[in-house]
Structure formats: C-alpha cells, structure tokens
Ligand binder design. Structure first.
Ligand SMILES: [Zn+2]
Length: 406
C-alpha cells in the first residue's frame, strides 16, 4: 500500500520538480544595454529593398538601350552603376551579418545569466525541501510521504496548502525564468538561421559581382577590338579629358578666390608625392603618345596606369591637399582630383569607390578610394596624373622603384 502511494507521490513530486525546472523569475530579465538591436537589422533590410529597386531601375534602362556601338558608353556606365549597387548590397549584407553576430553574443550573455539565476533559485528550493523534510512536521514532503491512502493524501494536501502556497511562488518564479530561457533559446536559433541565410546570400552576391565585373571589362575589350567602336570610345575619352581639365581649372580658381577671402596663403609647390597605393609597382602604360592599336588613332596618355592593383586596394592621396572633384565620369569612372597648391593637382581614376567628397581636406597617405575598373577600362588599374605649374608632368619621375610593364 505504502509503496503505491509512494509511487504516486514520486510522480507528483516529479511533476512539481519538472514544473520547477520549467520556470524563470520576472527579475531574471537582464538590463544589458544593447549595442545592436533588432531594429538596426530591420533598417538594413529596408535599405536593401531600396537597393534592389535601384538595381531594377538600372536594369530597365539597360534593356531599353539598343545594343549597338552608339550606346556602348551609356551601357558601360549603367553596368558600372549596377556593379556599384551590388557592392553596396554586399556591404549591407556584411553589416547584417555582423549585426546578427553581435545580437547572438548579447543573447548568449543573457542566457548565461538567466541559467545561473535559475540554478541558484532551484538550489534554494531544494535546500528548503531538504530542511523541511528534516524538521518532520513542517515538511509537507514528509507529510505527503506518510499518506497511507488516497483520501489521507488529499486531506494531508489541504493541511499543507499554506506551506505549499509559499513554495508555489518560488516555483512560479522558477517557471517564469525557464520560460524566458526558452524564449531566448528560440530567438538564438532564429538569429543563427538568419545569419546563415545572410552568409549564403553574401556568397551569391560576391559571385554576382565577380561576374558583372568580368562582363563589364569584357565589353570594353570587345569594343576596343572593333575599330569603329574603339574610335568612338577614344573620341569620348578625349572629350571627357578636355571637360575634366576645364573643370579642374575652374575649381582651382574657385578655391583660390575662397582662400583669398579667408586671407589664406596657397603656395605653389612641386614634388613631394608618395605612391598612390602600396600593392603594386607595375606601370602598365606610361605617359605620352601611344599606339591604340587602332589604325590612324594614336592617343596622348595624360598619366600612367598602375596595374596589378585588383579591385580592393586602397588609393592614397599622394600629397596633402583639398579634394576639388570627386565624381563619376563615363570614361574616367569613379575619379578624384586633389589640389595641392596653385597649378598643382593629382588625379586618380577608374576606382571602384571613392572615400572623399569635394571640399574635404586630405592628408598625405589618406585613403581616398578603392581601386577598380570603372569607366572606359578593360581591367582593374589605377590611372594617375600629376599636374605642376598648370601642366601635366610625368608621374614616373615621382614613382621610385616602378616596374616597367608595358
Ligand atoms: Zn590611363
């Protein structure tokens, strides 16, 4: 008989304890100041939608353009824009991933604290149960264990209701704590799977970027191989160079006027440049006249091309100065011009992105962008020009240790 009741009792006890293991306390919530919130990630997701929209718009424009030589430059410019949006998408996805990682480590910390609290509360509960058992009469556990029939058990249960109410509140706290832990664990799982998803997407976007860059370079290569198209490109490039040269002069004048107003001295200097990047010393095209490979069309290269720089090398300001132009051109792609003094400028072209804006004061060696192959370019390289006393000088004079690769 006793044996049976004990059996029922241990079940009851097990049920109570199980319930006890399933709880958490309301004060188990941790007042951790979140460095990253779910809101930040939601905002990134919103931005991503905008990027997708911009990309669709560019793709529409591309599909409306005729696939002929006259529209080659426009198509290439749109391709560059599409590539730059893909780069922003990649940055966005990388930000999302680091957001998830931050949230995950915060959640792990909170969980650890909750679990510690739970263990402490549970230990307190067990101590109390053991103490009650020892003191005999006040222990409802032992009272229950002494029941010799079901009705006896029920009457003993009501006798100890008051004691139970107290323990019940402890159990409720434990139950609440357990609920919070489970919720956090579920959130953790959700975050993990979203981070995984973002990582897969990132891989896809990187492959897409790679493919688009190759397609854009291939397009220019094909155009350069076609005499008529190559001449169009060349004419466009020369027009653009002339336009840019005028703009540089105009900006210099504006700057000189502003400086005069501010009673600032702006002295002419020469030399004193560092390399515009530190990855490669290979010069793939020197300054001066060069055979374009097109019959009857030679061109005058206004600067030097530095090859072997890939699409992720930092471009550096070769001398301190003020950024007077930072924009996109159909032939120079993403380019920057820095004014170092009267008649003294440097120009950096075909970058994949720019890190400075017009009016920025830059120090020597400051990152102004990242190398790329934007504009009329058939592969990653940095086009670099120096102007002193208002005319272009050969940058090779200022590029110690360069390797002739043309
Ligand atoms: Zn060049």
């Amino acid at each position: 008989m006793m044996k049976n009741w004990r059996g029922i009792l241990s079940l009851l006890l097990a049920a109570l304890l199980l319930a006890a293991v399933v709880p958490p306390a309301a004060d188990g919530l941790i007042p951790v100041a979140l460095a990253v919130s779910q809101k930040d990630i939601d905002k990134l997701k919103e931005n991503k939608k905008d990027l997708t929209g911009e990309k669709k718009d560019i793709q529409n424009q591309l599909s409306q353009l005729k696939n002929d030589k006259d529209t080659a430059i426009q198509r290439r410019t749109l391709l560059d824009q599409e590539i730059s949006i893909t780069e922003r998408e990649i940055k966005n996805t990388e930000d999302q991933i680091s957001g998830y990682e931050a949230l995950l480590s915060q959640t792990a910390l909170e969980l650890e604290k909750n679990e510690r609290e739970e263990a402490e509360q549970y230990e307190l509960f067990c101590q109390r149960a053991r103490a009650m058992e020892k003191s005999g009469a006040t222990s409802y556990w032992s009272v229950l264990f002494k029941a010799d029939s079901f009705s006896d058990l029920l009457s003993r249960l009501s006798d100890i209701q008051a004691v139970m109410n107290y323990d019940q509140s402890v159990l409720d706290q434990l139950r609440q704590l357990r609920k919070e832990i489970q919720e956090k664990q579920a959130y953790q799982e959700e975050l993990k799977s979203e981070a995984e998803e973002a990582k897969t997407e990132l891989e896809g976007k990187k492959a897409e970027l790679d493919e688009k860059r190759k397609a854009a370079d291939q397009m220019v290569k094909e155009l350069q191989a076609d005499q008529e198209a190559a001449e169009l490109l060349l004419r466009e490039k020369e027009k653009e160079e002339a336009r840019i040269q005028q703009e540089i002069k105009k900006k210099e004048q504006e700057l000189a006027e502003q400086m005069a107003k501010a009673q600032m001295n702006w002295t002419a200097t020469v030399g004193g440049y560092i390399w515009p990047e530190t990855r490669s010393k290979r010069i793939t095209s020197p300054m001066g006249g060069r055979n374009t490979g097109i019959k009857g069309a030679s061109t005058n290269h206004k600067g030097v091309d530095i090859g072997g720089v890939g699409t992720n090398t930092n471009v550096l300001a070769t001398k301190a100065g003020i950024v007077t132009i930072s924009k996109r051109s159909s032939s120079y792609g993403e380019y920057v011009v820095i004014q170092h003094g009267p008649g003294n400028t440097t120009l950096y072209a075909h970058m994949s992105s720019r890190a400075v804006k017009e009016g920025d004061v830059v120090s020597q060696g400051q990152v102004i962008g990242v190398t790329g192959s934007t504009g009329i370019s058939s592969g990653p390289h940095l086009h670099y020009e120096i102007t002193e006393g208002g005319s272009r000088v050969n940058p090779l004079n200022y590029l110690p240790g360069y390797i002739q690769a043309w």
